[in-house]
Design a protein around this ligand. Structure first.
Ligand SMILES: NC(=O)c1ccc[n+]([C@@H]2O[C@H](COP(=O)([O-])OP(=O)(O)OC[C@H]3O[C@@H](n4cnc5c(N)ncnc54)[C@H](OP(=O)(O)O)[C@@H]3O)[C@@H](O)[C@H]2O)c1
Length: 345
């Protein structure tokens, strides 16, 4: 069912998942397209970003942001066209970066919108390399990771918008960069296209040994995207004064309780102390908003010069968003996952 001018399809949270989300946790609803009042504009979604943090919003547990309520539209960043405007600052046809969620249309009073250049070749990039994930990679690595020439940087989810960008910035800063990714094709992409020095498939039984072999000088910066067994493989290789920006732990997002096995917290704390390491969590939207311009200037330049490569996976149709999102949490995406909800023009 494609986007139309008369109906507003939305995908809502039907129920909270227990463990991994399933299609029944989502519900597609249809309503009339709303009409903008004075001072408002009507936004038509062209691209919807799918991101791992949305899994957290589906649950009611404690987090840095409020959950989506059952029955509400799933949240998400979007690139929209202004379909109608009664707002002095916007005209029909303008491109904007918005946060209107998994739906065809939304009203806005202009708050929180960011206008995009009308001649942007790839407006969807505002959801990836030139947007939140690229910004996350840039600030997490440069501000917290502080990579130095000759150091070894390790990053997992290495072909995604965060990990792929972290590794490439690491190369620009003169590091040896080792990626960790799911499968041979992703690992090949990390090395041959993104320019990593090595990439290890985390499905390998000998992950620990393979990572040790790829990091003969140990690890100075570990950019944490996944947690779980990847962190277990990294921990013994960390060098004195290693830095660990804690960005995400996608391997744990679907967990329903603490993992089995021995308590490794004492080992972690002892390693932090003995090696005088620094681990720091960050939430890009809360911690770094004031440095967005700096990021945008550098990343736009690097991207335009071909020094940073970017891979997108576009899924056609709003109705396919739930399945694509479920796949993201299982590593079935290959590159920044974006849903094409409606036509560009
Ligand atoms: N702190 C912040 O402000 C912030 C902002 C944005 C993103 N993040 C975090 O950054 C991380 C990467 O985000 P992204 O948008 O770039 O996602 P992404 O790489 O496009 O997608 C997630 C990837 O995670 C990997 N993965 C999933 N389950 C895994 C597991 N059990 N073990 C190892 N890898 C697994 C998969 O890649 P493989 O197939 O290669 O394993 C999957 O493709 C996420 O943890 C996200 O929550 C944090």
């Amino acid at each position: 069912m494609p986007q139309t001018a008369s109906q507003n399809r939305s995908i809502r949270l039907a129920s909270r998942p227990h463990g991994a989300p399933v299609p029944d946790n989502f519900r597609l609803e249809t309503a009339a397209v709303p009409t903008p009042g004075e001072g408002q504009l009507l936004l038509r979604t062209v691209y919807l970003s799918l991101d791992p943090y949305m899994r957290g919003r589906m649950s009611a547990g404690p987090s840095y942001a409020a959950p989506v309520e059952v029955g509400d539209v799933m949240c998400g960043g979007t690139v929209c066209r202004v379909a109608a405007s009664r707002h002095p600052d916007y005209r029909e046809g303008d491109w904007v970066l918005a946060y209107t969620g998994w739906q065809d249309y939304a009203l806005s009073d202009g708050q929180g919108l960011q206008k995009l250049a009308p001649d942007m070749a790839h407006p969807s990039h505002a959801l990836g390399i030139l947007g939140m994930p690229g910004f996350t990679a840039y600030m997490g690595l440069l501000d917290i990771g502080q990579p130095q020439p000759g150091e070894t940087l390790v990053v997992a989810a290495a072909t995604g918008p965060v990990g792929g960008t972290v590794g490439q910035i690491g190369k620009l800063k003169g590091c040896r960069v080792v990626g960790i990714a799911g499968g041979a094709e992703k690992c090949r992409h990390a090395v041959e296209t993104l320019g990593f020095d090595a990439c290890i498939d985390h499905h390998r039984d000998d992950l620990k040994d393979a990572l040790a072999e790829a990091c003969p000088q140990g690890i100075d910066v570990y950019f944490e995207n996944v947690g779980g067994k990847v962190f277990d493989a990294v921990l013994p290789l960390l060098n004195t004064r290693a830095r660990i920006p804690v960005c995400g732990m996608i391997a744990q997002y679907n967990r329903t309780g603490l993992p089995d096995g021995p308590d490794r917290l004492p080992l972690l704390l002892e390693t932090i102390l003995r090696k005088r390491m620094r681990m720091q969590g960050f939430i890009i939207s809360l911690d770094y908003g004031h440095r967005y311009r700096e990021f945008h200037r550098d990343m736009s330049g690097w991207y335009a010069e071909g020094r940073i490569k970017y891979r997108e996976q576009i899924v056609e149709g709003l109705e396919n968003a739930p399945e694509a999102f479920i796949g993201l949490l299982e590593g079935r995406n290959f590159g920044k996952l974006v849903v094409q909800v409606g036509a560009r023009d």
